[in-house]
Write a protein that binds this ligand. Structure first.
Ligand code: APR
Length: 232
């Protein structure tokens, strides 16, 4: 059985990572477009670097929750038959035990060189504009996919969606494309579709089934169901 899981900020919310679209519409006190567009970086690079440096440093204060850990248990059994795609830039899936994670919107723990276009694992700050370890040019930016940029690994994700048996979306508002459209592609290609979210997402009606509640409750239960199905 092939399974594609898409996760969003809601899976990390109970770990203490703020979601993007809280009631006040701000992300850590900033409008998303002020820190998550190439234009914002062109105008205020230091402010944008500091914003992501703070988010990167904050990773040390958070830990994976039972939802991340449950998905790692699923990977242990399904192996390559599971594709875990996350919109999250934190590393909580990896710390929860998942080994094969597609970070379609990039990663805080990676830097992207605007000069040579290569990606480098990066745990420190970028605010002092250090040189790229690969080409030496001081043009490292957060390796985060901003609005107007193309998400990573779209070909691989689309192929998986077209051949999967099950598509599950966890903790995402369904407000941002292309991820918000994955359910329609998977369903059109014959997959069972399930939403697990605190409240109905914007795309909730596209799913054949939706369950609403906390990810740390819903995901372990769903994984138990899947593991029962795979061992029958
Ligand atoms: N359990 C399950 N779902 C939750 C929980 C929880 N404990 N807490 C919040 N949620 C849900 C919210 O109800 C909301 O629908 O998670 C969703 C989070 O939505 P967003 O904040 O919009 O995050 P996300 O969908 O991941 O955003 C997509 O937008 O700004 C961009 O690139 C950024 O990857 C991000 C993308």
């Amino acid at each position: 059985m092939n399974v594609v899981v898409l996760t969003g900020a809601g899976i990390s919310a109970e770990s203490g990572v703020p979601t993007f679209r809280d009631a006040d519409g701000l992300w850590e006190g900033h409008r998303i477009e002020d820190v998550a567009t190439p234009e914002a970086y062109d105008v205020k690079p230091s402010m944008v670097q500091k914003f992501y440096d703070d988010r990167r440093a904050a990773l040390a204060q958070v830990a994976p929750n039972p939802a991340h850990e449950a998905l790692a248990r699923l990977e242990d059994v399904l192996g390559e038959d599971l594709l875990l795609v996350t919109q999250n830039i934190d590393d909580l899936h990896e710390r929860g035990g998942s080994r094969r994670v597609v970070h379609m919107h990039g990663e805080l723990l990676s830097a992207l060189c605007r000069s040579c276009n290569r990606r480098t694992p990066w745990a420190d700050g970028l605010s002092d504009f250090p040189p790229c370890p690969r080409c030496g040019v001081n043009e490292l930016r957060p390796d985060v996919v901003w609005f107007g940029e193309v998400p990573y690994e779209m070909d691989r994700i689309q192929r998986a969606l077209m051949s999967t048996d099950v598509f599950v979306s966890i903790g995402t508002s369904g407000a941002v494309y292309p991820a918000a459209g994955f359910v329609q592609l998977a369903r059109a290609c014959g997959a069972q579709t399930l939403e697990l979210n605190l409240v109905p997402s914007e795309g909730s009606s596209f799913f054949a089934e939706a369950r609403h509640g906390r990810a740390s409750d819903l995901v372990p239960l769903w994984v138990d169901e899947m593991l029962e199905r795979t061992t029958l």
